[in-house]
Structures are given as C-alpha cells and as structure tokens.
Ligand binder design. Structure first.
Ligand code: ATP
Ligand code: MG
Length: 393
C-alpha cells in the first residue's frame, strides 16, 4: 500500500485552551527536525486541531515511521491513503479497493467512522458511514460490522481530498520538547544518565549536558563515547549542547587535601556546582542525574543528601526508584545500552577509595572541603574557562 500522508495523533491532556498552539507548534517543529535526515520530501503542518505530514514523491516508509516514533508528544501515527474526490460512487470503489489491499484476510469486523472537515460535502457523516459500510459488506460478505469493538476502525476524513486510514502505530508519548524549558544533564559514559536525560526530555524538556573528564587518566575514546551517547539521546531530545569539563586538577587537589573515603562525595559536590554554573548561565531550570537510591556508596540517602547540599536548583533524578535491570531495559529500548557498556575508564572510578563513606555527614564533609580553600577557587575558574563546548545533533 502506498501512503501519502501521516496523521499525527497527540494526547489532549494539558494542552487545552490557550496553550494549545504552543504545544502544536512545538510538535510541528520536532516532527520537522526528526524527518530532516529521512529520505524524501515532507511537508509538516497543522490544520483543524490535527497535525499532518504529507509525503511528496518517493520516500522511505519504514525509516519515516522509525523517526516519527522518536518524537515526544506523539501518541499515534496513522498512515493515510489520500483519494481524490471524484464523486461518491468512485469513493465507494476506492474504499473497497483499500480494504481489499489492507486486509487480505476478510474475516474481520469493522466500523466506518466518517468526519467532514469540508462541511459542504453532499452527504452527512452518518450517511457516509452507512453507504460505505454497505459497499464493504457487499464486496466482502465475510466481513461484519461491529460498532463497539471493531477489529478495523476505518476512518474516512473528507477534506479537499478524502483521507482514509485504519492503522495506528504507537508513538513515544510525552510532551513535545521545547514546551517545558531546558535542564542540564550530568552525562557520564554509564548506563543510567542517558536514560535519565531521555526520561526528562520526554516531558517536553530540552537538554544540555555536562561531562567531566580527567585526562590523561581518562582517554579521548572515553570522551568520544559520551559524545556518542549524547548523539543518541539527541535523536529524541533534539540538539544537545555538551560542555566537556577538564576535572583532573580539581580531582587531584581533592585527593591531596581531603580524607580519601570522602573523595567521591566531595568530587560529586564539585560536579554539581560546575554543572549548575553552566545551567544558570544558559537558562536551564534544573539539573538531571542518573542516580538511583542505594546503587553505589555515593547514592545512599545520606550521600545523596550530601551531594544535594550544594545545589540551589532542583535536581531531577528520574531513575531514583528503579532497579538496575529496569534502567537497562529502557537503555536497550532507546538504543543507548550498547554504547554505554563499551569498556572505557570513568573519571570517578579512577580516584575511588577502597572504603568510601556510605553515610557521610554533611557537616563533616563541609569541614573537609575547607582544606581546599587555598586553591579551589582558582582551579574552579580554570575548569569553567577551559571547558569545551560541543554541539551534538
Ligand atoms: P551512570 O553510569 O549513570 O551514568 P553510575 O551508576 O556510574 O551512573 P555514578 O558514577 O555514581 O553512577 O554517578 C551518578 C550520576 O552522576 C550519573 O548518573 C551522572 O548523572 C553523574 N556523573 C557521574 N560521573 C559523571 C561524569 N564523569 N560526568 C558527568 N556526570 C557524571
Ligand atoms: Mg557512571
């Protein structure tokens, strides 16, 4: 079957009233962005509370669907056959031909659901339903009408042309990116943080990211892995501005000055401070991490409290209550897993203590940080000034 258009269905919740056009405009923008790399010419537009993608000429159907499935805010994707309006008798023939091609096995129940966007059409919706239903029953006596739970809901939309569709492909759900501000993701090369970015982005939030590396302890290849992960997340979240911070001197200084069992916590506090600096500078409204309660020593309730202590912005931790396997499942589904498990060193693991504190006391940690007072401001300044910025698309 050749489809000429996709009708994009989106959720109604939260988009009623005055904000609706913002939601729709953002969705149109995101659909255009998603189809940029797909073979074919597409026209994306909204019309009468619906969004359509017209496909001009040849295009790659499977790839188009694959890309549309990544757009947050889309609940369903309906492939549409457009029929020229050449009178109702012709429409009956075209509809029968559509059913014949779309459903080789005719032992099915159906319902015709007509909708007139063009009110001047000579038949009412009800008349269209009855007449087309009859034509199908006549052509295929094995079929039956079921108005309550049909196998096939045959939608017939009268516009300038007649739009016919009966399949709905499930979309990603969520809200279109750009309808809910922007947040800063602390993106490591692990499994959890890309998933965390995906989940917050799903609610309509644009993403920026900060990655801390520690050359020469961490390699160029480890950094490339993070860029690769950002690129995969950007398939869903849109373009991501990635800040790459050289964290080596700060880590070494903490290592020199502070108790080794507090190293990770203090390091993580500096990560949050730096990420928050870039977040504020770029108008982000929160931070995102891939933390999950109890996963490691630095993610116990006490450790999370100690890390959170330095943040003035809300910190979103969407995988906080997930087990590792649940996070892995999402990572596999969104396509980050294979990249995340590539074995490259991480800046946190290099300086890790044998027996890290699992129940840090915030007051104690603050006092340990006082040992850094001589040089830390200068080191922070250098880290912020020398950060590299990569536009990931
Ligand atoms: P992950 O591997 O998510 O992606 P993890 O299980 O390795 O998580 P930690 O290393 O304790 O956990 O890090 C917790 C969170 O801190 C990460 O999810 C991420 O948001 C942030 N983080 C850790 N290391 C880095 C880093 N090198 N650069 C940026 N963010 C980091
Ligand atoms: Mg990690």
């Amino acid at each position: 079957m050749r489809y000429h258009t996709f009708l994009i269905k989106y959720g109604e919740i939260g988009i009623k009233g005055k904000n609706r056009y913002l939601f729709e405009d953002a969705l149109v923008r995101q659909v255009r962005f998603a189809l940029k790399d797909v073979d074919g010419q597409f026209e994306v537009y909204k019309s009468q509370a619906r969004i359509y993608v017209d496909c001009e000429g040849d295009y790659d159907y499977e790839d188009t669907i694959e890309h549309l499935k990544r757009v947050f805010g889309i609940v369903g994707i309906c492939p549409v056959v457009r029929m020229e309006d050449a009178g109702f008798e012709q429409l009956k023939k075209d509809i029968v031909a559509y059913m014949d091609e779309a459903y080789p096995d005719k032992r099915l129940t159906f319902k015709v659901e007509a909708r007139r966007a063009r009110k001047s059409y000579p038949l009412t919706s009800m008349e269209i339903n009855c007449a087309l239903g009859e034509a199908i029953l006549d052509a295929f006596p094995e079929t039956k009408v079921d108005v309550h739970h049909p196998d096939v809901m045959l939608n017939v939309e009268v516009r300038n042309e007649i739009y016919v569709y009966s399949r709905i492909i499930k979309g990603a759900g969520g809200m279109p990116v750009g309808t809910n501000g922007k947040a800063m993701l602390l993106l490591s090369g692990g499994i959890d943080s890309p998933v965390a970015g995906y989940m917050i982005s799903k609610r309509g939030v644009g993403i920026e990211a900060t990655y801390f590396h520690a050359p020469p302890y961490t390699s160029e290849r480890a950094k490339q892995k993070v860029v690769d992960l950002a690129r995969i997340v950007s398939r869903y979240a849109g373009p991501i501005k990635l800040h790459v911070v050289n964290f080596t001197d700060i880590q070494l200084y903490i290592y020199d000055q502070c108790p080794h069992e507090e190293l990770t916590i203090i390091m993580r506090r500096y990560m949050m401070r730096i990420a928050e600096y870039f977040a504020k500078k770029d108008g982000c409204l929160g931070l995102i991490t891939g933390e999950s309660i109890g996963q490691v020593a630095s993610q116990t309730m006490q450790s999370l409290a100690a890390t959170n202590d330095v943040c003035t912005m809300p910190v979103y931790r969407p995988v906080i209550g997930f087990d590792k396997q649940e996070i892995v499942n999402i990572a596999e589904r969104i396509g980050t897993y294979e990249t995340s498990i590539q074995p490259f060193e991480d800046c946190c693991t290099i300086f890790v203590a044998k027996h890290p504190v699992t129940k840090p006391n915030v007051e104690v940690i603050r006092r340990s940080e006082e040992h850094l007072s001589e040089k830390i401001d200068e080191l922070m300044k250098t880290a912020l000034e020398t950060a590299e910025m990569i536009e990931v698309k």
